[in-house]
Design a protein around this ligand. Structure first.
Ligand SMILES: Cc1ncc(C[n+]2csc(CCOP(=O)(O)OP(=O)(O)O)c2C)c(N)n1
Ligand SMILES: [Mg+2]
Length: 655
């Protein structure tokens, strides 16, 4: 085959070399006449506050006027072709020069569609949005960030995504070539290996050095991120590779086809053994954390629980099991279990043990919560994902049957195995278990309602009232609780009828505070496209980490109702310092605030409704009188239904 005529091309290395030399020279030269490296005199340099960009350098030093417009097709156009094959809908990002070439390709060549660029005010917000989005849409987003400083900002959100088993594709711009990259800030913003920063809490990372390498890496990154256990991945994107034209060197670039990997299923022998234990148990208990990855996962869990009439403890990493189902039970029921099945449980040790932090000598006390003969079974894909440094794998817990497998995709086989393992003479006893569970469920629900009624008329508003007044206004809509930051005593999961997968998305995973606001906006974006109504319970501390995401929501027309759980403090830390003060027989120093010094967010009180309004939201508050809450919520719901995000600043009780 005849080789194609090479395209007219400019070597970026030469191009940059010229610019860099010119830039360096102008920085040193006297203002009137600037000398170039060959000693000739060029035209006077105009003042510039910035280190010269390539174009500025050209203009200032009269290096050949002809310094070319790029010839041929930019490398980053090909990158956009690759990205487009993966159907990534949005790209929340804070702009930066290290990825300006692909940025330009995305909006001009790619038409700003698939992905659409969403402007973010902080890299942490961009990753947090992608995190929330995935949990609704089941599809990952990508973000671009400045590979050093931008990635530094993004890291906590990446850690949250890692701990929460959520895929996010992080692409960091970086200029690798020390001999040719622009001096000054772009060099300060370059590193040998930007991915090192996040390597301990990403599933995979790469630094492609050619366009073909990029195509492979990007498709591979997507595939790895989307294979359970899901997780974030990082790609370092060289500025030169983005900016240079395609040089095909006789080899045609191609885009590898993405074919999803099927999730890991439990070994058939282990599934059989688990089924045998469960089918013969007197009192089997199922504990679920991130067990359901989809609506199908919820249905499968219901099938398994009903087949066994087993009680289910939903630890809430996702909406795993309907809150209205009679088999749903509180964590305490592990005490009577003879077999416990844990499905994607983050912390099996703490599921079956108790830890109290203020033991006699200032050290923690461990006690078991289960009977010594209780058999433990675990299906957990996280066993395939451990790394050494960060400790999200929790304490070591011995279990009797341990499967390094994805729970949702192992459930069909387990359900079948359980059904065939139940001996005929156990069927009546299993039915009876169901009757007892119905009774216990009804009684527990009554107790919960009574507890919610306590301090119903208190001002500031009780957390139960906050949550139930919100419920009253959204219950007839196709609603989704996208986040609940801070802690409102778990009232939504205790009292709202949560039956669909999207009714509850779980928490941050890594408990890095500052997740709630951006994840809500990202999840609301996914819900917007599906025609659903998004509501978040938004705490004050969480919002103040990076409130700029409010602007992103308004700018990109993402409707969201944020009901504030504004307890004017970092209440979790109020309790910690108070507890330690008590433990040491000291009175906590308040310094004129409500909580121990360093834990209050008051004096001055933040006017969150004004903060939101200033960024294009509808805002109201602060509401302190519970009687005003219902009408205000009604107004806010109408605003959100019209397409605008709305924030209600409600002063609440701490918990
Ligand atoms: C990034 C980060 N910084 C600090 C903490 C420690 N921390 C845990 S809970 C909490 C309080 C958060 O305040 P808020 O969101 O208002 O919730 P509240 O406890 O008041 O309900 C803090 C600071 C953390 N988990 N993550
Ligand atoms: Mg708070």
């Amino acid at each position: 085959m005849a080789r194609k005529q090479p395209r007219p091309e400019v070597s970026r290395r030469k191009f940059l070399a010229a610019a860099a030399v010119a830039g360096a020279t102008t920085a040193l030269a006297p203002p009137a006449k600037a000398a170039t490296t060959d000693g000739s005199i060029s035209a006077p340099r105009r003042p510039s506050a910035l280190p010269p960009t390539m174009q500025v350098a050209v203009a200032e030093t009269a290096t050949p006027k002809e310094l070319p417009r790029i010839g041929g097709v930019p490398g980053s156009d090909f990158m956009v072709d690759v990205i487009k094959t993966l159907d990534i809908k949005y790209l929340p990002s804070n702009p930066a020069s290290s990825f300006r070439a692909i940025h330009e390709s995305l909006i001009n060549y790619g038409g700003n569609k698939l992905p659409e660029f969403l402007t973010c005010a902080h890299e942490e917000s961009a990753v947090g949005m992608a995190h929330g989005y995935f949990k609704v849409a089941g599809k990952p987003l990508m973000t671009l960030c400045h590979g050093t400083v931008g990635l530094q900002h993004a890291t906590m959100a990446i850690y949250n995504a890692w701990c929460d088993r959520v895929p996010v594709i992080i692409v960091g711009g970086n200029d690798l070539d020390a001999a040719h990259r622009p001096p000054g800030v772009p060099t300060i913003h370059s590193a040998q290996d930007i991915n090192a920063l996040v390597r301990d809490f990403t599933k995979w990372d790469d630094t492609p050095v050619s366009l073909q390498h990029f195509a492979q890496s990007f498709v591979r990154a997507y595939k790895i991120a989307m294979t359970p256990p899901y997780g974030p991945v990082a790609i370092s994107l060289d500025a030169g590779l983005q900016q240079e034209p395609i040089r095909n060197n006789g080899e045609k670039l191609y885009i590898p086809r993405y074919v999803p990997t099927s999730p890991p299923q439990g070994d058939s022998g282990a599934v059989k053994e688990a089924a045998r234990l469960l089918a013969n148990a007197q009192n089997p208990v199922i504990v679920v954390d991130r067990a359901a990855r989809s609506e199908n996962g919820v249905q499968l869990l219901v099938q398994l629980a009903e087949a066994l009439q087993a009680q289910v403890i939903d630890q809430g990493g996702r909406m795993n099991f309907p809150s209205t189902h009679y088999l749903r039970r509180p964590p305490t029921v592990v005490g009577n279990a003879d077999v416990i099945l844990g499905l994607e449980v983050t912390d099996f040790w703490a599921t079956v043990n108790t830890y109290i932090d203020n033991g006699e000598h200032g050290i923690g006390v461990n006690t078991t919560k289960i009977k010594p003969e209780t058999k433990l079974i675990s299906i957990n894909s996280s066993e395939l994902l451990t790394k050494a440094n960060y400790q999200d794998f929790q304490r070591f817990q011995s279990v009797d049957v341990s499967m390094a497998a994805d729970a949702e995709s192992t459930l069909p086989a387990l359900i079948e195995a359980v059904k065939s393992a139940i001996p005929d003479d156990r069927k009546a006893a299993i039915e009876k278990r169901g009757e007892a569970a119905r009774k216990a469920f009804a009684e527990a629900r009554e107790r919960t309602k009574q507890a919610a009624a306590l301090a119903w008329d208190a001002s500031p508003v009780s957390t139960a009232r906050l949550v139930m007044e919100t419920w009253a206004q959204i219950k007839d809509l196709d609603w989704s609780l996208v986040a609940s930051s801070g802690n409102v005593s778990n009232w939504p999961r205790r009292l709202w009828p949560m039956e669909k997968y999207y009714h509850w998305l779980g928490a941050s995973g890594g408990y890095g505070v500052g997740y709630g606001a951006p994840a809500s906006v990202g999840a609301a974006l996914a819900n917007r496209d599906l025609g659903r109504f998004s509501v978040s319970i938004q705490s004050d501390g969480d919002l103040m980490y990076a409130p700029g995401v409010l602007w992103t929501a308004a700018r990109h027309k993402i409707p969201l109702l944020a009901v504030m759980h504004n307890n004017r403090g970092y209440h979790q830390e109020v309790m910690h310092v108070q507890r330690l003060s008590n433990f040491r027989n000291r009175v906590a120093s308040l310094g004129g605030d409500m909580g121990p010094i360093g834990t209050s967010i008051e004096n001055p009180d933040i006017e969150y409704q004004k903060l939101a309004e200033s960024m294009g939201w509808w805002g109201k508050g602060p509401i302190k009188d519970p009687a005003q809450l219902g009408p205000a919520l009604k107004e806010a719901v109408a605003v959100v239904k019209s397409g605008q995000p709305a924030l209600l600043n409600v002063w609440t009780q701490p918990r």
